[in-house]
Design a protein around this ligand. Structure first.
Ligand code: NAD
Length: 257
């Protein structure tokens, strides 16, 4: 028996939206725990640099061009991952975007753009991953691990984030429902719900007066950090979580209390 239940040696992970912020951090954490990691996003140059950093630290990483809104691109990314590292057993559906402004001012094209990444993109990513896991015998191996990066906005209403929140609530419920559908097929689906973290996604929000007011309203008056998600991710991707599926883990420093 492996004495470290969070050891990911022998696993192959695909992380979407790995070119910056939370995705870049999570990919590097998985690699540090021994997984072979495929980094997917649209910005290939950033991904190549991150993959090179992981390899320089002794890990195994590959950058693949990926647009999660495009089914053919999702399929091609899994094909490349399999060609390089073999079947993917760990999927982190992290790619996501935000739109700004009041709902009354929001062009419908922005609504569609956000849903295409945050909901359709998650669906395409996890569906393709699960299809391949099931075809590769996950039912017997019980080795499928899917983690969806949702948000505390899936649970609590915040000002001016209706469409983003709806996409995240949708992604969470998609994950819970698929956890049920795939429960007897060896594929666990869990959600991490981060609180507000300083990344490219939120940088403008917290320099504006409304963002500063929001920050002051948090119990600890501070943002969470990307590294706060490390432990939950390792747990959910590991053998320790073999009987954890359909769970939502909130990591927000109390922001949603
Ligand atoms: P970020 O902007 O730094 O990262 C988003 C990543 O998604 C980038 O790598 C971007 O290139 C990628 N991406 C966007 N559209 C894509 C597409 N069509 N195909 C492939 N990749 C695409 O932001 P982040 O804060 O690191 O966000 C990562 C995830 O965490 C998102 O799902 C976001 O909703 C979620 N989240 C963020 C916060 C926060 O406060 N930062 C809080 C809760 C949840």
């Amino acid at each position: 028996m492996n004495s470290n239940p969070f050891d990911l040696a022998g696993r192959t992970a695909l992380v979407t939206g790995a070119s910056s912020g939370i995705g870049a951090r999570l990919a590097s954490v998985l690699a540090g725990a021994g997984a072979r990691v495929v980094l997917g996003a649209r910005r290939k140059a950033e991904l190549e640099a991150l993959a090179a950093g992981i390899v320089a630290r002794g890990g195994a990483a590959r950058a693949v061009a990926l647009d999660v809104t495009d089914e053919a691109s999702v399929i091609a990314a899994y094909d490349e991952a399999e060609r390089v590292f073999g079947p993917v057993d760990t999927i982190v559906a992290n790619a996501g975007i935000a739109v700004e402004g009041r709902a009354t001012d929001l062009p419908v094209a922005e609504f569609d753009r956000l849903m295409a990444v945050n909901l359709r993109g998650v669906f395409l990513t996890v569906r393709e991953g699960a299809k391949r896991l099931i075809a590769n015998g996950s039912k017997e191996k019980e080795n499928g691990r899917i983690v969806i990066i949702s948000s505390i906005t899936a649970k609590k209403a915040f000002r001016s984030s209706a469409v983003y929140a709806a996409s995240k609530a949708g992604a969470s419920m998609l994950g819970k429902s698929l956890a049920l559908d795939w429960a007897r097929l060896g594929v666990n689906v869990n959600m991490i719900l981060p609180g507000y973290i300083a990344t490219d996604l939120t940088s403008r929000l917290f320099t504006a007066p409304a963002g500063k007011e929001l920050l002051e309203s948090f119990p600890r008056r501070r943002l969470a950090r990307e590294s706060d998600l490390d432990g939950a991710l390792l747990f959910l991707c590991s053998d320790a979580a073999r009987r954890v599926t359909g769970a939502e883990i909130v990591i927000d420093d109390g922001q949603s209390l």
